[in-house]
Design a protein. Structure first.
Length: 525
C-alpha cells in the first residue's frame, strides 16, 4: 500500500510521514475504501479516515479492477469492493436481474390475465399482442406482438417502443395504468426513468449526488468517541462494544429537528450507508433520545446498506436486519457479517439488490413481530427463496426479545438462534403451523392489526376496523345524504395522524371543497 496517499488534513495518522498535509499510509495498515472517504487501520488498530487517490500503475489492484471508477482527472479512486457484484451489475444497456430471483410457474400468465391483456406462448417465453407501453397501435398487425416477456425472470422488452425492465417494473407499471382499455391499446409515455419499489412507493433513479466527505465522517466519528453521553448509551443501554462502533463507522452530531414548531438541536448518532462500490452515499441521523427524530442525509442521495464495508470479499453468507443497532448486535454476538436496511422492515429498494447478489445464504433477522415477519416474507421474493433463512428471535413463541439488539441485552445465545434459522417457506404451500404466530398475534392484538383508528368517528371503527392498507371502501348514497361530509371528516381525522388524502372531487370544485374541510376542521378543534 506504499503507493497510496491520503489527502486529508483532518485525519490523524500517528505512524504516517506527513509532507505538506499529504500523509503516506504506512506498510502494515489495513485499508478499505469508503467512497470519497478512505478507511484504514494502522498496526495498532486505530481507524483512519481520509480521501484516496493515486497515480495509475497498471499493475495495482485498483487500476486493474473493473469496478474502479475514474474521477475524470487522470486518476482512479479505489472502490474497496472490487469483486463484490460485477457479474450482477448491469451495464448501460442491460437489465439487472438477480440470478437468485425466480418466478412461480404461471405467475406471468396470471398477471396478464388480471389485466385483460391478450398474449400467446412462444418458444422463449410470452408474446403480448398489444404492448401497453407503446404509443397508439391502432390495431395494425405490423405494430402487434412486439412485446416479449421471459417467464422465468419476468424480464420484458418491446421491439417497437423499446420499453424494457424487470419483473417489478412490469408488474407495477401495469397496475399503475389502472385502465384495461388503455392497457390493451397501448398508451405511450412509458418512461424508464422511474421505477417502482413494490415495498414502499416509487423512487427516482438517482444519478451522481453529494456524498459524505472524509472530513465529515472523521468529524462525526470523533464526536462519538468524545461524547460521554453517546458512549454511555451505546455501551450501557445498547450493549455494544466500542470496537464494534468503530468498525461500523458510527458517529455523532448535534442536528436540528423541528419540535413543537421550533428547531431544536439534538444529540444524534450517524450511521453511514455504503453502496456496492464501497462509497458512503448517505448517512442516517437519529436522535439518541427520540427515535422519531431521524432522517437520511444528504437529501436525495443514493441507497446504501449500513455496514456493507465491513463484509469481507470472501464472505458467502450475511445477516440482514431492519435496524442499525440490530446489525451491530448480530455481528458482535455471532461474528457473522451483518448489514442493515436503510429504512426499516418495509423497504428493500431495487437499487440494493446488486450489493447482495454474491451471497449464497442470507439470514433475514427482522423484528420477530407481525410487521417484521411480513417484511421478511416480502424480501424473500426479491432476494430468492433458495438462499433466504429466517431467524426467529422469540423461537416460535410470542414472548422474549423482539429483535437482535434485545437478544444481546438479555444475554440470549444468538449463535444458537442463527443455527436454528430455517429456510423461508414456499409462499404457494402454507401449513397451519406456518401461520400460527400470525393468527395468535391477530387474536391477541385485534386493535393493532385492525388499522389506523378514527378518533372523531369512533362508531365507524366498529364497521371498518379503521383505515387499513390494501382495502378499498365504497361509500354510496342518494344526493345530499352527506357522503362528501363523511369522507371529509375521515380525511381530516387521518390527516391529523400524518396520512395524506388524494381527492378526486367531481361534484364540487376544489375551492368549495377546501372551504368545507376548513369548516369541519374548526369544529373538530
Amino acid at each position: 500500500m506504499s503507493g497510496h496517499r491520503v489527502l486529508s488534513s483532518a485525519v490523524r495518522m500517528s505512524m504516517a510521514v506527513s509532507v505538506r498535509g499529504v500523509a503516506t499510509i504506512p506498510s502494515g495498515s489495513r485499508v478499505a475504501a469508503v467512497g470519497g472517504a478512505f478507511r484504514s487501520q494502522d498496526s495498532r488498530g486505530k481507524t483512519l479516515w481520509g480521501n484516496t487517490v493515486h497515480s495509475h500503475s497498471g499493475s495495482c489492484r485498483c487500476c486493474s479492477s473493473t469496478s474502479s471508477s475514474s474521477n475524470g482527472d487522470g486518476v482512479k479512486a479505489s472502490t474497496g469492493y472490487n469483486e463484490m457484484a460485477e457479474s450482477a451489475k448491469p451495464g448501460a444497456d442491460e437489465i439487472y436481474t438477480s440470478r437468485h430471483f425466480e418466478l412461480q410457474p404461471g405467475e406471468v400468465h396470471d398477471l396478464l390475465r388480471r389485466h385483460d391483456i391478450e398474449f400467446r406462448d412462444s418458444s422463449d417465453g410470452i408474446s403480448v399482442k398489444n404492448c401497453p407501453f407503446c404509443h397508439p397501435i391502432n390495431n395494425k398487425r405490423e405494430n402487434q406482438w412486439k412485446l416479449s416477456i421471459n417467464t422465468a425472470k419476468g424480464i420484458f422488452m418491446c421491439h417497437r417502443c423499446s420499453a424494457k425492465g424487470g419483473w417489478w417494473t412490469l408488474r407495477n407499471k401495469l397496475y399503475s395504468l389502472g385502465n384495461n382499455e388503455t392497457a390493451s391499446q397501448g398508451n405511450g409515455g412509458f418512461s424508464m426513468g422511474i421505477e417502482i419499489n413494490p415495498l414502499g412507493g416509487s423512487y427516482q433513479r438517482r444519478g451522481e449526488s453529494a456524498k459524505i466527505t472524509a472530513e465529515e465522517q472523521e468529524k462525526w466519528v470523533n464526536v462519538l468517541s468524545e461524547s460521554a453521553g453517546l458512549q454511555h448509551y451505546m455501551q450501557q443501554v445498547r450493549g455494544l462494544k466500542p470496537e464494534v462502533l468503530e468498525t461500523y463507522g458510527v458517529g455523532g452530531v448535534n442536528f436540528p429537528f423541528m419540535t413543537d414548531g421550533r428547531r431544536i438541536q439534538k444529540l444524534c448518532f450517524t450511521f453511514p450507508m455504503i453502496d456496492e462500490s464501497g462509497s458512503i452515499v448517505r448517512a442516517k441521523i437519529r436522535s439518541m433520545e427520540d427515535k422519531s427524530s431521524q432522517l437520511l442525509y444528504p437529501k436525495g442521495g443514493k441507497w446504501g446498506l449500513f455496514g456493507l464495508h465491513t463484509v469481507p470479499e470472501s464472505a458467502k453468507e450475511i445477516i440482514l436486519t431492519e435496524g442499525e443497532f440490530d446489525a451491530m448486535a448480530a455481528y458482535q454476538a455471532t461474528g457473522v457479517p451483518a448489514v442493515s436496511l436503510p429504512n426499516g422492515a418495509n423497504s428493500l429498494p431495487v437499487e440494493l439488490l446488486p450489493s447482495l447478489e454474491r451471497f449464497e445464504k442470507i439470514y433475514l433477522w427482522m423484528d420477530d413481530d407481525h410487521v417484521g415477519r411480513e417484511g421478511a416474507q416480502a424480501f424473500v421474493k426479491k432476494l430468492g427463496i433458495r438462499r433466504c433463512y429466517l431467524v426467529k428471535t422469540r423461537g416460535g413463541t410470542d414472548v422474549g426479545p423482539k429483535d437482535a439488539n434485545d437478544a444481546l441485552r438479555e444475554g440470549v445465545d444468538m449463535k444458537a438462534l442463527l443455527e436454528k434459522a430455517g429456510p423461508a417457506p414456499n409462499h404457494a404451500i402454507v401449513q397451519f403451523r406456518d401461520m400460527i404466530l400470525e393468527i395468535y398475534d391477530e387474536v391477541k392484538n385485534p386493535k393493532r392489526v385492525a388499522g389506523l383508528q378514527f378518533d372523531s368517528l369512533k362508531g365507524l371503527n366498529n364497521t371498518l376496523k379503521g383505515h387499513r392498507r390494501g382495502e378499498l371502501t365504497v361509500v354510496s348514497g342518494h344526493t345530499g345524504v352527506g357522503k362528501t361530509t363523511l369522507m371529509g371528516q375521515m380525511s381530516l381525522d387521518l390527516c391529523m395522524k400524518g396520512v395524506r388524502t388524494l381527492w378526486g372531487s367531481f361534484e364540487i370544485n376544489n375551492v368549495r371543497l377546501a372551504k368545507t374541510l376548513l369548516g369541519q376542521f374548526y369544529y373538530m378543534k
